[in-house]
Design a protein around this ligand. Structure first.
Ligand code: TYM
Length: 380
């Protein structure tokens, strides 16, 4: 890959050039025609689509063919429970829920406590990874998926039902292949080299086409899946990839637990949220006077970028913010305050739903219609 940036499922470094990434990963951009077709089938726009936050795909056109012809499809996404979830992690789930609402399809959500235990740099005990899976499941349930069409499962618990299929997948993948795709070396523990088989399995849960919404860092798994699925009698998975919500600390890299000031966590209190956004990287001038004269740069202003990415869905309001910022009519501090109010409102609402979700979690994991079916089913 280009030396200036690196994107793997475990790290994002440098300033990501998304056009280059499409080329490097061999995915396709979502062009206007495909975008319009998706919006037409969904019956509604979504700003994550129209603003090209979800910018790349694999076989999304085939998913829509299957939908339009009545064959249908299903959704699969997931979370690696390494700790508390931040706002970037939850965005694909809100988008997945929108897709479920629009297309009325099943959603499978994998919590990879096994993966996060195996990643040695994280130094998590297995007990901690399993505990975080439970914690994260509540944030995911708070998103409001249809309890009868959604199955949330934790690998260490559901593995028995997945194991036969995981074996069939694993036998198709040799070590030199995962080494090349994921950058493993001779020191990598052998759990990691088996793990990709586990992340592939849910894309084979139904004999329909699977669509995976996620950020583009997860694509290497889908590349492997697409090379082996048909030989096992399944469809190659489709995917729709998003960009990364930029870290508060600047437009480089990705939010990370090792830099807590770079992200806002779903459990954070108001004071700390206000402080972090206040300190966020800005596209403004050194003084208010200069800013009024020269204007700011919204392209690198993280507060504006967060509004663009997720927090200001209204295109007209967003455009006005952008213009006023460029013209120096809005100061960086003002932009930050606008974002702060939006983030606080979002977090407050999310948290209220998380409380309610405590009563519903058993439906997603064990007792809802789809969950019950999944616990009966062994994937062979
Ligand atoms: P994880 O826990 O690293 O990330 C969870 C989801 O969030 C996406 N993501 C982001 N999206 C926007 N902005 C960001 N800054 C950002 N950072 C992360 C990820 O792409 C992911 O969609 N191995 C996976 C767990 C997994 C999975 C899946 C993910 C298992 N099966 C299927 C997606 C689809 C992981 O550790 O995700």
């Amino acid at each position: 890959m280009d030396d200036e940036f690196v994107v793997t499922p475990w790290k994002v470094e440098g300033k990501v050039d998304y056009a280059k990434l499409i080329e490097h990963f061999g995915t396709s951009p979502i062009d206007d025609e495909l975008l319009n077709r998706l919006i037409k089938d969904a019956g509604e726009e979504h700003h994550l689509l129209t603003r090209r936050i979800f910018f790349s795909h694999r076989d999304l056109d085939k998913v829509l063919d299957d939908w339009e012809s009545g064959k249908g499809f299903f959704l699969y996404t997931g979370r690696g429970p390494s700790g508390p979830m931040h706002i970037g992690h939850i965005i694909p789930f809100y988008f997945t829920k929108w897709l479920q609402d629009r297309f009325k399809v099943n959603v499978y959500i994998q919590l990879t406590d096994d993966e996060k235990f195996l990643e040695e740099e994280r130094r998590l005990t297995l007990e901690e990874a399993r505990k975080w899976a439970r914690d994260n499941a509540l944030d995911i349930a708070a998103v409001g998926f249809d309890p009868d069409k959604t199955f949330i499962f934790q690998d260490t618990e559901y593995i028995k039902n997945m194991y036969p299929l995981a074996l069939k997948v694993a036998r198709k993948i040799n070590f030199s292949w995962v080494r090349a795709v994921f950058g493993f070396d001779m020191q990598t523990n052998i759990g990691m080299s088996f793990y990709p088989a586990i992340q592939v399995v849910p894309s084979l849960f139904e004999r329909k086409r699977c669509l995976i919404p996620c950020a583009i860092d997860q694509d290497p798994y889908w590349r492997i899946q697409r090379d082996i699925a048909e030989s096992l009698g399944f469809y190659k998975t489709a995917a729709i990839h998003s960009k990364f919500l930029p870290p508060l600390t600047g437009p480089i890299g990705k939010m990370s637990a090792s830099k807590p000031e770079s992200a806002i966590y779903l459990h954070e209190d108001e004071k700390s949220i206000r402080k972090k956004i206040w300190k966020a990287y800005s596209g403004g001038q050194p003084t208010a006077e200069l800013h009024r004269k020269l204007g700011g740069n919204p392209e690198i202003d993280v507060a504006f970028q967060w509004l663009y990415f997720f927090f200001e869905p209204d295109d007209r309001k967003l455009k006005k913010l952008e213009e006023d910022y460029r013209a120096g009519k809005i100061l960086s501090g003002e932009m930050k305050l606008i974002l702060t109010e939006k983030v606080l409102k979002f977090i407050e609402e999310h948290r209220a739903r998380r409380e309610e979700a405590k009563e519903l979690l058993h439906l997603y994991m064990y007792d809802g219609e789809l969950a019950r079916e999944m616990w009966r089913k062994v994937h062979e």
